[in-house]
Every structure is written in structure tokens, then in C-alpha cells.
Design a protein around this ligand. Structure first.
Ligand code: G3P
Length: 223
């Protein structure tokens, strides 16, 4: 499974990227706004600089007019490199832009997917990635995991080249369920990613091992 950090916070990205096997960073306009920077492009450049070459940066266009949307996509690509994945919301103009950009060898992610048929269209349009919003779907009374599962099924049925990047998680159970159904990738906040690895019983077991050693040998040194 590929795992991305859904954040634009430099400290959080740095911390996690040093600890965990991370495949890249996803951002969206709201996440960038939270960082309260005057220059969002500068922030994106900083994120790109702390990532390795083999790690992906996904960043989103704001415009919804087709021509302006394409302009913003190229502005981001010129600034951040041609390997940047351009996130495009699943609007009609977005679908048109995905077709154009993919034909021009630009990788796109169709974002804000709430129904598997949006996956079908985005995948048919050539989107390299498709992002169902698990928790936002659950929040509105739907079944986020079912949307991910059916998105995976549609991609497989028609041999589309798209990968599902499940997004929007409120708890680690949602993330775990995505792993069980073979979701290609997930993106989650640093907190959710950390929570999905740490366990109180693991910590207490490790503490007990150390205490036993210290009681016997007086320190944590090997003896
Ligand atoms: O990547 C999409 C994601 O950022 C949305 O997450 O937690 O705002 O629903 P959330």
C-alpha cells in the first residue's frame, strides 16, 4: 500500500517523513490555508524540497473555469516539477481537464469523489489517481468503505490504469478497512497515521522489557 501524508505543515511532514516509510504528501486548499502563510506557492516549494525525488507531491487547482484551471495546473507543474500530481475536483470542467492533462502526460488525481460512478468517469477520462472521501461520505450517512470497494471493483472490471487513493479519515478503523479490501493507497493526517501504528500495549510491553533489564543490570546498556 502507498501511504501519503495529508498535510501542508512542514514540521509534521518532516517528523513523519523521518520516522515512517512515506510515499509522499497530498495537500488541498483548506489544508494549505490552515498554515496561514502569505505565499502558498512558497510553502508548496518548501514541501517539495523536503521530499525525496521518489516521493510524490499532490497539489490542487482552485479555479473551476476550464482554461484557468489548466493554467493553474501548468503554473504548479512549472514551480514544483513535472512529476507533481495535479488534484482536480470531479466537476464537468475538471473531467475535461483530466482528459487534456493526461493526454499531455501530466498525472492527475480526481478528488472529492463521493460516489463510485465518479470514479468510473474519472478513470475513463484517464485520471492516474482517484480519491474517495471516506469519512465525509460516512459523515453524510453513506458508506465510505463501500465507495472505495466499488471504486476498486470498477477499476478492475474495466482494466482502467487508475489507482484509488482513499482520503478523508477520522479514525484508524476506516484506514484498516481500506487495507483489508486492497486499496492501492491512502492519504491521512499525521495524527491518524501515527495512531494507526502506535498501541498502548506495545508501549507498556516495551517499558516492561526495559525495566526488567534495568532492574537486573542497572542500565539500558548491553552487558
Ligand atoms: O485529501 C482529502 C482530505 O484532505 C479531506 O479530508 O479530513 O478534510 O475530510 P477531511
Amino acid at each position: 500500500m502507498k501511504i501519503y501524508i495529508d498535510s501542508a505543515n512542514i514540521n509534521e511532514i518532516n517528523e513523519l517523513n523521518n520516522l515512517m516509510p512515506i510515499d509522499g504528501v497530498t495537500t488541498n486548499p483548506s489544508i494549505i490555508c490552515k498554515e496561514n502563510r502569505n505565499n502558498s506557492l512558497e510553502l508548496l516549494k518548501q514541501i517539495r524540497e523536503i521530499l525525496r525525488d521518489d516521493q510524490l507531491l499532490f497539489t490542487q487547482v482552485i479555479e473551476d473555469n476550464y482554461d484557468k484551471l489548466i493554467d493553474q495546473a501548468y503554473q504548479l507543474l512549472n514551480l514544483l516539477g513535472k512529476d507533481t500530481v495535479i488534484k482536480i475536483p470531479v466537476t464537468f470542467n475538471g473531467l475535461k481537464a483530466i482528459q487534456y492533462l493526461e493526454k499531455n502526460n501530466i498525472n492527475t488525481l480526481a478528488t472529492a469523489v463521493f460516489h463510485p460512478q465518479q470514479t468510473n468517469w474519472a478513470a475513463k477520462a484517464g485520471a492516474k489517481y482517484v480519491a474517495p472521501y471516506v469519512n465525509r461520505i460516512d459523515h453524510h450517512g453513506g458508506d465510505g468503505i463501500k465507495v472505495v470497494k466499488e471504486s476498486l471493483c470498477i477499476i478492475k472490471n474495466y482494466d482502467y490504469k487508475s489507482e484509488v487513493v482513499a482520503a478523508s479519515f477520522k479514525n484508524t478503523k476506516q484506514l484498516h478497512e481500506c487495507a483489508l479490501i486492497g486499496t492501492h493507497s491512502i492519504t491521512a493526517s499525521p495524527n491518524i497515521l501515527k495512531q494507526s501504528f502506535s498501541h498502548l500495549s506495545s508501549s507498556s510491553s516495551v517499558a516492561q522489557f526495559q525495566q526488567d533489564w534495568i532492574d537486573k543490570y542497572g542500565s539500558k546498556k548491553l552487558t
